[in-house]
Design a protein around this ligand. Structure first.
Ligand SMILES: Cc1ncc(C[n+]2csc(CCOP(=O)(O)OP(=O)(O)O)c2C)c(N)n1
Length: 623
């Protein structure tokens, strides 16, 4: 790919892309996304040649070695020119749609002197075969993202061989039906590349430049073949390439005159940023005002409301109420849902819909496109100042997982609002009832899974999500109403501990009951029931295992070390609880698929009732 797309990339970086290697974080830079992440060396070469400090020849020599910035696939590092982590094919396309949406929103907010840039995404046949590309490009076309340009490396080769083994898409019809411009060029003809890139500068909708290229261009025996994809060409073939391209220099030797030419292309950006900086300085205080966040006021007042009202509410409803307060003052929050707005409670009266040609809003109807929604939210978070959140059912986190994993890997503040978080959703049945999802998601590093038990916990979990700029969050929320657990106003955030005591039936206890979300109510009921039989216990609400696992040994000991007998209750897979329970503990949960019925009947069916659990506990204690 780096050989096949070198011509296109050269003309893009020399003649069109607006960037400044001396200031890689320049807000108004064009974004370049290498969705075909396996071609990472193309990006590393371009960054080195144009003068980015982040990549030296020494780094390039350490390609794919431990701790090299030149990793196998591009890995996002702020300020390096690597705009996003790519490798799972198609993700970069969704990211680029997120970049382009953000550019539109910020241009509307800040004016075109401050934001007015293009997003270029280089994608291959593989990216375009992935489902996420269809979702993301369809939304991009709908929104008429005119500053989005795809450079399609149309070489008709993937790993298994020619792409006609698996694809017969008519690309022109495909893109045009999405509402994109389609330009077909010879990707090795400089004039055609130049003219196509020139044309897109004034586009009215997203454009794909379909570049007919030869994979492994220049290799006499391997170009145009799948064999040039995934392994080195080999010394013999490299010699032949050198001959064919008339290249007389040693490996890693870049002739001075050529490097000077490249560096000149990089230096052009300094002038652009100088001019921009002057305008920015003039407008800085106004910009800061527009982008300023104030979360504390909303959180405090919502906590007071919750205590004053003490209503039975579903946590999805509690989430809507805190969002209402947050969205009122914070213009950087960009909400959305994958066609479940009314169920996820993600849209409040302070939201306005983003529409084709009108980006003055703060709410995106992503359509039934969960995977793209999450990849797009990564792009929105990566761009600069906006905080995206998006809703779907927790079960469909399975449709979002590759992008959620990348939010975590890239340390991006993306907030996933995932409602209908257990069998508690009732009649929609086992296809919609998450079982193993929470255990699976909790095992992703650098991802906070919050499962609040009531309105106060929901507010506190939102506070933790909204203030953590380096870790994505999932808010796992109920469809069904829950009784308030926390009834006193506290300014401090108890959920920040991950787990804390909410009830104790005696000073001396025999049992610790850990529970999360909707099952905290159940744990409280069980604890009271046991107390009637003089079995005393404490109930620990565990809104976030990830945060609890980070607490000090002494705090963990205080929570877990008081009794030998510990049980957990969560209406889902028991796997992720066993680490807390010791050899004598017992995890109440569900390790099989759910059922379709009114939710109280399903809880009964799976033995998740205070009656059944207390009976089992009495037996455990007798043993
Ligand atoms: C989601 C995903 N599936 C599979 C792969 C493994 N993979 C890497 S490159 C590739 C083929 C890509 O073909 P193409 O986009 O045409 O790239 P080219 O061969 O032209 O470089 C595959 C299947 C991957 N990186 N991501």
């Amino acid at each position: 790919m780096p050989m096949g797309m070198a011509d296109v990339a050269t003309i893009l970086f020399r003649n069109f892309l607006k960037y400044n290697p001396k200031n890689p974080n320049w807000l108004n830079r064009d974004r370049f996304v290498l969705s075909a992440g396996h071609g990472s060396m193309l990006l590393y070469s371009l960054l080195y040649l144009t003068g980015y400090k982040s990549i030296s020849l020494k780094d390039i020599k350490k390609f794919r070695q431990l701790n090299s910035i030149c990793a196998g696939h591009p890995e996002y590092h702020p300020g390096t020119g690597i705009e996003t982590t790519t490798g799972p094919l198609g993700q970069g396309i969704a990211n680029s749609v997120g970049f382009a949406i953000t550019e539109e929103i910020l241009r509307k907010k800040l004016g075109k002197e401050i934001i007015n840039h293009k997003t270029y995404v280089l994608a291959g046949d593989g990216c375009l075969m992935e489902g996420i590309s269809h979702e993301a490009m369809s939304l991009a076309g709908h929104l008429k993202l005119k500053n989005l340009v795809m450079l399609f490396d149309n070489n008709s080769i993937s790993i298994d061989g020619p792409t006609n083994l698996a694809v017969s898409d008519n690309f022109k019809k495909r893109f045009e039906s999405y509402g994109w411009n389609y330009i077909l060029i010879n990707g090795h003809n400089y004039n055609e590349i130049f003219n196509a890139l020139k044309k897109v500068q004034n586009a009215k909708k997203p454009t794909v430049i379909s570049c007919k290229t030869k994979i492994g261009f220049g290799s006499p025996n391997k170009s145009g073949k799948a064999s040039s994809h995934g392994s080195p060409l080999g010394n013999q073939e490299i010699e032949l390439v050198r001959k064919k391209l008339n290249w007389k220099y040693k490996p890693f030797e870049i002739p001075k005159n050529i490097l000077i030419e490249w560096r000149k292309a990089g230096i052009k950006g300094s002038k652009l940023t100088e001019k921009w900086n002057k305008i920015y300085k003039r407008k800085k205080s106004k910009i800061n005002k527009i982008l300023k966040n104030n979360f504390n006021k909303a959180i405090k007042s919502e906590k007071r409301n919750a205590i004053k009202e003490l209503k039975n509410l579903a946590t999805r409803k509690s989430s809507e109420l805190i969002l209402n307060a947050l969205a009122y003052e914070n213009k950087t929050l960009i909400g959305g849902s994958a066609d479940l707005t009314g169920s996820n409670n993600t849209k409040t009266k302070f939201h306005k819909i983003i529409k084709p040609g009108d980006f003055s809003g703060n709410y995106i109807h992503y359509g039934v496109r969960e995977h793209a929604m999450c990849g797009i939210m990564n792009g929105i978070a990566l761009h600069s100042k906006l905080i995206p959140y998006g809703g779907t059912f927790l079960i469909f986190s399975d449709y979002c997982k590759p992008s959620i994993r990348l939010s975590a890997l890239m340390k991006q503040q993306v907030i996933y609002v995932m409602t209908h978080d257990s069998i508690g959703l009732g009649e929609d049945g086992p296809t919609h009832q998450p079982i193993e999802q929470l255990s699976g998601l909790r095992s992703i590093p650098n991802l906070n899974i919050f499962r609040p038990a009531d309105r106060i916990e929901t507010i506190e979990c939102w506070e933790l999500a909204i203030k953590n700029s380096k870790t994505p969050s999932i808010l796992s929320l109920t469809r069904q109403n829950l009784n308030p657990v926390r009834k006193k106003y506290l300014t401090n955030n108890k959920c920040s501990l991950g787990a804390y005591e909410v009830l104790r039936t005696n000073k001396n206890i025999k049992l610790t009951i850990l529970a999360s979300g909707s099952e905290v109510n159940l744990a409280i009921e069980t604890s009271h029931k046991l107390a009637k039989n003089k079995i005393y216990s404490k109930v620990i609400s565990v809104p976030c295992q990830d945060l609890f696992d980070l607490q000090s040994r002494s705090y963990k000991q205080k929570i877990l070390g008081e009794t030998k007998l510990k049980i957990s209750i969560e209406a889902g897979s028991t796997d992720c609880w066993k680490k807390y329970l010791g050899s004598e503990g017992f995890a109440f949960g569900i390790d099989k698929f759910g059922k379709s019925a009114p939710y109280k009947d399903i809880y009964k069916h799976f033995g998740l009732t205070a009656e059944n659990i207390s009976k089992k506990i009495k037996n455990l204690i007798r043993i």
